[in-house]
Ligand binder design. Sequence first.
Ligand SMILES: *Cc1c(COP(=O)(O)O)cnc(C)c1O
Length: 348
Amino acid sequence: MPRPLAGIDRFPRIRLGHVPTPLDAAPNLGAALGIELWIKRDDCTGLAFGGNKVRQLEFYLGDARARGADTVLITGAVQSNFVRLAAAGARQLGMDIHIQLEERVDDADDLHRASGNVLLDRLLGATLHPFPAGEDEAAADAALERLARSLADEGAKPYVIHLGVDHPPLGGLGYVLAAGEVMEQGRARGFGFDGVVCASGSALTHAGTLVGMRAIGEAMPVHGICVRRDRSLQRRRVARRAAELAAMIDRADIGLDESDVDASDEVHAPGYGKLNDAIREAISMAARLEALLLDPVYTGKAMAGLIAHVRSGRIRAGSRVLFLHTGGLPAIFAYGARLEHWLSSEDG
Ligand SMILES: *Cc1c(COP(=O)(O)O)cnc(C)c1O
């Protein structure tokens, strides 16, 4: 019988992460919410503080190396985890790294611009390029392409990791594989899951997980929590990326469409990278009940979405839920002043 994910084998991949990452029980937080909660610890992938982009970069950098590249270019928000991990992966492969940083968060302070991921980008020796118009993916990619051409003129062999949806979602393949990995870990303990919750940004983690689950015959909902745009735009994006991924691995037969894409934005306002009360509550509950650290941009918001789903009944009491911890922890320090402000108002 052919393996359900055999189509992935044709994509070049390099190993960057420590996998399988742990699957941890979260009994205290689960009890407080009235569910059985499990955490897939993709904050523990290793590589320069780790996170979900490590699995994605195994395919981008595999492609880069297969094409003979010696210089990687990537664009992202100032506190992007993706660019930090691209820098780390490029360094391990002996490649140069250029990072374009987009100003997406308008209440950013000096810590935001210098600490957390930015500090790590600089420690890794990345060349940083500012990009003021942060909300336009096509423009950010076009600027990156211009930079790649000028580096090529100087003799470099550049490889661009694009932000927009006009390029193949190679990184999603990492989560197609991760879905199989976590189901295997559940099986070893004798169970499956009633649902999965993850942050949904570029959509590659969400779409990859969804395709990976359906490809191995798992039908549970994959609840994406919007961290970047509203749910109607995000559903369309996830559906498109999922269809592309299914086709790439020769599994167009799983027939995903938008009706199978679950994305919600109840906890998204006021927007990308901004704190709200639901995020603060989620960060606080996870830390104090479980010593589980969440970041303010992605995993704090994803956990806030999980809590909202439990309270609204969309996730039923008593169900066994898998929360995908996608990392992002360096941003805690970049948001230090804003988090401290909240903690001291709590004390007062
Ligand atoms: C990028 C990122 C996400 C979102 O993943 P996508 O694949 O872009 O949707 C979630 N969590 C963290 C920590 C991230 O860095």
